[in-house]
Design a protein around this ligand. Structure first.
Ligand SMILES: [Zn+2]
Length: 170
């Protein structure tokens, strides 16, 4: 905001007719510009003083202090709002991020489960022979299979007995 722009808004500011953003821009300029601040004090004293006289109100003791307090109050309330806005934005971003991560992890788990299911389906029996190959007995030729001659009628004990014998011969 240039000095010309700021000075053109002095009356509107005194009458509290500036838009929120416009007012903040104006206040920041006034805070940092001695020339415009002086101008504002003069107008403020004249306008507010004349109105108080017109309305038969007691005159302000110190227009400069009164104006200073008003400006500080308005700047502070804006900072508070900005702070609140910032913290709610941070909260929103955090929630969205958490949801995204949660979704992504779930997606990965789903993918993993599907892959595992597919793997198990493909492997079928092989999956089990892989897992139990160390304790599993696999004959090397047909003759040995015939020698073992396991039938469903035989007890478990004789089956294992045969396996034991086979392993001893080997
Ligand atoms: Zn200025």
């Amino acid at each position: 905001m240039t000095c010309l722009e700021a000075q053109s808004k002095i009356i509107a500011y005194i009458d509290d007719k500036l838009e929120k953003d416009e007012k903040q821009e104006f206040l920041h300029h006034i805070k940092n510009c001695d020339e415009c601040r002086e101008e504002l004090v003069i107008y403020y004293t004249m306008i507010v003083g004349m109105r108080q006289l017109d309305d038969n109100l007691p005159l302000s003791q110190d227009f400069t202090v009164e104006l200073q307090e008003r400006m500080e109050r308005e700047l502070k309330s804006d900072r508070k709002k900005r702070k609140l806005f910032r913290s709610s934005v941070v909260t929103c971003v955090a929630v969205v991020l958490a949801l995204l991560i949660w979704g992504y992890v779930n997606f990965l788990n789903l993918l993993h489960d599907q892959e595992q299911a597919e793997l198990k389906r493909k492997q079928g029996e092989y999956y089990y022979s892989e897992a139990f190959q160390e304790i599993m007995f696999v004959p090397e030729d047909e003759e040995q299979i015939l020698n073992i001659n396991v039938s469903t009628e035989e007890t478990q004990e004789s089956f294992y007995e045969k396996i034991r014998k086979y392993n001893m011969l080997k």
